[in-house]
Write a protein that binds this ligand. Structure first.
Ligand code: HDE
Length: 743
């Protein structure tokens, strides 16, 4: 009878030979930017770690003295054999008595919790908020009082429509949810990367989301709005068209979470110690500048690296390149609200920065990745109702509805009322209340008294209300008949949609047209396509004509507008991505395609220039083991060419020898590498030898000003400087059929 191994077996059956670490010769140059020593988080004093053993038992696998801990059951019983279940004889039936097997399987069976009904796919990180300008003049909120003070933060970015396992580059709104653990309780600013929303009243949210999600009979398409149900709903809901302009723009395919803005969307209130209220809109402005990818590129990124955004955030933080945003506020009073062309309670409208300038009051820095995705990113529970004293709600009917929905959904998702006991959700300030019991209660009050008022005195009797420090709602006077109506002041649906469109650069306008044509081309019913275009006519006649032409359909009549659009709202530069890009290649990634025999001086100069720019690089090569350069230096590859397409990089350099180029020019993946980099308007650096690859790909004759020849080491700096422009969008007007005038 075969002896059962008791240790994890090496596998003699498959004959695999293990490679001793000494067999591997490290390359002279690594295949990617070298990892820096993990930096000390700037808020080290405030940082807290979920790796610390928690009340219910440590989650560390080490025991004192550094010995490896003994595997145990959840009850702490040491486990002797984790490879084999208990059987009656070696080939006999399994025994019910095997408590270790049953406990292990039971726990596994319950590993999943319901995914979020929207924003299921998300990625989070820790950091801090630092106040740089006191808001004490308008708010009593503790978090806004002391300049220089840091408040711990957790941020979760997300897509909206896709399931947890969907791809990062879906065309979609991005969630930008911020939890600040203030000294007066948690403040959750649960925003998006787009400052307006599709609908005006929360009662339409289930319909909007049903229409965007996979169609219920067939359960597809996944993470896409390009289908009949979505556009049917949208074309019957004119209020959505301002947001549609944003979601059809490149805002919906960001390059990185780090290159997106965030918005609180609704009008909130700040309230001072005297109870005076000031209206406020919250903005997060990325220090990294705004940047998006091209649609054709997004589609390909989804295949090449569905985790593109989460990997980007993980890598940036781990390499010490901490993403940072400024917190800006737009403050305004009743007088402005009354004079504004639109209703400040209508979440389909924004207030242009030119009208109410942004006051920067702080910065948000993400400097620590999670220890455990599930414990932190999956279990974090944002609730719009979480506001500390000094911040308050407006009557925006969307916000009012959200305040119900978020608490409600957490009970379903996290299983009970004690989700605030989970460390990621627990406030980091003192807490005292009489709420008790329920599923998974972790922090239970001690003592005899669990009610108030009580007469057990200040020590035994527990916490008391504090009328001065406690939260008081802004004493807004409200009156009116009880009715289901939409305010007349919400009736303008097109003016700001038009303002957004005219604020874009020509290439951004083209992308909006392209996106509409793409989405509507996936819609099967011509009447839905036509109805959608009928709304575009109220926004911009040129856009409507482009889309109708792209769909090959006649122009319909314009939709009947509830209120005639204002057509002369001035363009707002802040609404464009291209006009708000960075002026550096910092934080971006250069892909360097190498072959054996590539010019060592050029490669080394490129790496130096990348580092000087604060950018990163990855080497792509025919084989993952890497290449040997002209001077004998070996360079490791990060990507084999087939797994490292150019869509994963912000710019590319192709440094190859003549022999290497000859080999690569017959390789489909290498040809895709150059054609895609070209089609996506990237800056391309290439040695003269590389031209044969472009020739075989059919684009050698098209090389333009953004394709820079690298003749020697001296050209590396100039190439990296050129890359600061991020994309050479003019090229798209040459190479895209859709750039031709309508007709
Ligand atoms: Fe949400 N939304 N939402 N939403 N939302 C949720 O809460 C809801 C809206 C936003 O990373 C859910 O915990 C209603 C606007 C983000 O965990 C749910 C309405 C904005 C996240 C919910 C809206 C958002 C959510 C699902 C219309 C931008 C992800 C899971 C009235 C200002 C938070 C959850 C995270 C998540 C309801 C509209 C942003 C069901 C009813 C407008 C960033 O409660």
């Amino acid at each position: 009878m075969a002896k059962t191994p008791t240790k994890a077996p090496s596998n003699p059956a498959n004959g695999s030979k293990s490679v001793a670490p000494t067999d591997i010769v490290p390359a002279d140059i690594g295949g990617e930017s070298p990892a820096k020593a993990p930096p000390v988080p700037a808020d080290a004093a405030l940082s807290f770690s979920f790796a610390e053993p928690q009340a219910a038992g440590g989650d560390t696998h080490q025991v004192a003295g550094g010995d490896v801990a003994t595997l145990t059951t959840q009850q702490g019983i040491p486990v002797a054999d984790d490879q084999n279940s208990l059987k009656q004889g070696a080939r006999g039936p399994a025994l019910l008595e095997d408590f270790h097997f049953r406990e292990k399987m039971f726990h596994f069976d319950h590993e999943r919790i319901p995914e979020r009904v929207v924003h299921a796919r998300g990625y989070g990180a820790h950091g801090f908020f630092e106040l740089t300008d006191s808001l004490a003049d308008v708010s009593r909120a503790d978090v806004f009082q002391r300049v220089g003070e840091r408040t711990p933060a957790f941020v979760r970015f997300s897509t909206v429509a896709g399931s947890k396992g969907s791809s990062d580059l879906a065309r979609d709104v991005r969630g930008f949810a911020v939890k600040l653990y203030t000294q007066e309780g948690n403040w959750d600013l649960v925003g998006n990367n787009i400052p307006v929303f599709f609908i005006q009243d929360a009662i339409k949210f289930p319909d909007l989301i049903h229409s965007a999600k996979p169609e219920p009979d067939r359960n597809f398409p996944q993470a896409q709005t390009a289908h009949d149900n979505f556009w049917d709903f949208i074309s019957l809901s004119p209020e959505s068209f301002h947001m549609i302009m944003w979601t059809m723009s490149d805002r919906a395919i960001p390059r990185s979470f780090r290159t997106m803005e965030g918005f609180g969307v609704h009008t909130f209130r700040l309230v001072d110690a005297e109870g005076k209220s000031t209206f406020v809109k919250f903005h997060w402005k990325p220090k990294q500048g705004l940047q998006s990818v091209a649609w054709n590129e997004a589609v390909k990124i989804n295949g090449a690296d569905p985790d593109f955004h989460r990997r980007d955030l993980w890598d940036a933080i781990n390499s010490g390149d901490f993403p940072e945003w400024e917190l800006g506020v737009q403050l305004f009073d009743d007088e402005f609200a009354d004079s504004f062309d639109f209703d400040v309670l209508d979440a389909t409208k924004l207030i242009p920065e030119e009208l109410v300038p942004i006051r920067v009051v702080g910065r948000l820095v993400l400097d620590r990745v999670v220890d455990n995705f599930f414990a932190e990113t999956e279990q974090v529970a944002f609730c719009t109702q979480n506001v500390p004293p000094g911040i308050d709600f407006s009557n925006d009917p969307l916000l009012q509805g959200r305040n119900f929905s978020y608490l409600d959904t957490q009970i379903k998702r996290l299983g009970g009322p004690n989700f605030t006991h989970i460390p990621i959700n627990a406030p980091k300030c003192p807490m005292a209340h009489f709420q008790q019991d329920g599923h998974m209660a972790m922090t239970n009050p001690k003592g005899r008294v669990n009610y108030e008022p009580n007469s057990w005195g200040p020590i035994q009797g527990g916490p008391r209300e504090d009328p001065a420090r406690g939260f008081t709602s802004f004493a807004e006077v409200a009156d009116g008949p009880k009715q289901r109506v939409r305010s007349e002041s919400f009736a303008d649906h097109y003016s700001q949609a038009r303002q957004f469109f005219v604020s874009q650069t020509p290439i951004e306008q083209k992308h909006i047209g392209d996106a509409l044509v793409f989405e509507l081309s996936k819609v099967e019913r011509p009447d839905i396509r036509s109805r959608t275009v009928s709304h575009l006519l109220n926004i911009d006649a040129g856009l409507a004509a482009t889309v109708a032409d792209g769909l090959g359909m006649p122009l319909p009549d314009a939709a009947v507008a509830a209120r005639a659009p204002i057509t002369d709202l001035p363009a707002s530069d802040k609404l464009s991505i291209v006009k708000n890009g960075p002026d550096s290649f910092k934080g971006r990634k250069l892909g360097i395609l190498l072959s054996d025999g590539a010019d060592a001086a050029i490669v080394k100069a490129l790496l130096k220039a990348v580092e000087a720019e604060g950018a990163v690089y990855e080497v792509i090569a025919p084989k993952i083991a890497g290449v040997t350069l002209s001077d004998g230096t070996t360079v490791a590859a990060k990507q084999k060419i087939d797994g490292g397409p150019s869509v994963l990089f912000d710019a590319v350099a192709i440094v190859v020898s003549e022999a290497g180029a000859a080999l690569l020019s017959i390789d489909a993946a290498a040809k895709d590498f150059v054609t895609d980099a070209f089609a996506h308007c990237k800056f391309i650096g290439l040695t003269a030898e590389a031209e044969v690859i472009f020739a075989k790909a059919g684009i050698a004759g098209d090389l333009d000003d953004a394709c820079l020849t690298l003749t020697g080491a001296k050209d590396a700096d100039a190439f990296l400087t050129a890359c600061r422009a991020l994309r050479y969008w003019n090229r798209e007007l040459e190479v895209d059929l859709d750039a031709r005038p309508a007709g």
